[in-house]
Write a protein that binds this ligand. Structure first.
Ligand code: PLV
Length: 320
């Protein structure tokens, strides 16, 4: 990679999570990326490859892919149009505009916004930046595991992450493959109501959800990418797909704020909830997660769809 847009993020030991899980837990702090989430890894890499002579980029997003695309486009000196659904909070629209992007709000869920972004790419001759389904994104995301390997110095016992459309999952698995660590289990978390990966795993085929009913809107793709589904079926890998409720995800966001002093959005809360709700322990007790032979690494994916006001309105809505 010629020029990196992403940072090498801190890998922090969490004493409170280690206590919960009964083994050491490390947090890969992707919330501290310039665009607020891990998305900048893949999108930075993809844009370096595809945007050299572009008259502009268009990205469909729940918010965070858009934040990354807007940031990278600004650094590259090209205009960015970000298409988001109406479920994306106003605070994100404002943050995107502050990054210099033109924002269009189209449809109810990400899939609607994506159709519009594809149409714009075609009609206006813009470079389409997908939020999760592209090998260049996965290659960029894979850098997160190379950094974990360099900082941790040992093989992780497992990696815990959130799944929306499956781009992060594909990138982490790509990274594990590059390191020769395919035996490291990956725990893939979604919220009920934004569970396209879990639905596909259960059905044994790709499934398109009728609607996104979870408040974790940035996990809200109706269909997971094919590569993520294929990884879930690979006999060489262990990918465990689990769900939490919105209330559990929100509770996790709040506990994380208290314990680690960091505010993340619901999409990230889904992964954190696997620790705080006792799910990791339960998976081990039930023998579904093999005994951990190294630290648990949590990808703290971050996210810009949160501030104190949004947190309060989520608390009211979900009554926690
Ligand atoms: N969010 C995408 C897709 O939304 C977006 O457009 O921003 N954690 C956070 C904070 C995220 O924003 C996302 C994806 C994920 C996790 C899941 O990543 P994925 O989509 O690569 O599985 C509809």
């Amino acid at each position: 990679m010629a020029q990196h847009f992403h940072l090498n993020t801190p890998l922090l030991e969490s004493i409170s999570m280690s206590k919960q899980v009964g083994t050491s837990v490390y947090l890969k702090m992707e919330n501290s990326q310039p665009s607020g989430s891990f998305k900048i890894r893949g999108i930075g890499h993809l844009c370096q490859q595809l945007v050299t002579q572009s008259k502009g980029v268009v990205c469909s997003s729940g918010g965070n892919a858009g934040m990354a695309a807007a940031y990278v486009a600004r650094k590259m000196g090209v205009p960015a149009t970000i298409v988001v659904p109406s479920s994306t909070p106003q605070l994100v629209v404002q943050r995107l505009q502050d990054q210099g992007a033109a924002v269009r709000v189209v449809g109810k869920v990400w899939d609607d916004a994506n159709a519009e972004a594809l149409r714009l790419a075609e009609s206006e001759g813009l470079t389409f930046v997908p939020p999760f389904d592209h090998p260049l994104l996965w290659k960029g995301h894979a850098s997160v595991m190379a950094e974990v390997a360099a900082s941790l110095g040992v093989k992780p016992g497992a990696v815990l992450l959130s799944v929306g459309g499956g781009g992060l999952l594909c990138g982490v698995i790509q990274g594990l493959k590059d390191l020769g660590w395919m035996d490291v289990p990956v725990i893939a978390m979604e919220t009920a109501g934004a569970d396209c990966f879990n639905a596909a795993v259960k059905a044994g085929k790709l499934v398109t959800l009728d609607d996104i009913t979870s408040e974790a809107k940035c996990l809200g793709a109706k269909t997971v990418c094919k590569q993520a589904f294929e990884y879930s079926r690979s006999s060489e890998l262990t990918v465990i797909s689990e769900l939490v409720t919105d209330r559990q995800a929100l509770q996790a966001v709040q506990t994380f704020l208290d314990e680690e002093r960091v505010l993340v959005e619901m999409a990230c809360g889904a992964a954190l909830a696997a620790v705080y709700s006792g799910l990791i322990r339960r998976l081990q007790d039930e023998g579904r997660l093999p005994p951990l032979r190294g630290p648990l690494v949590v990808i703290v994916c971050g996210g810009s769809s949160i501030d104190m006001q949004q947190l309060s309105s989520l608390r009211l809505k979900l009554q926690t």
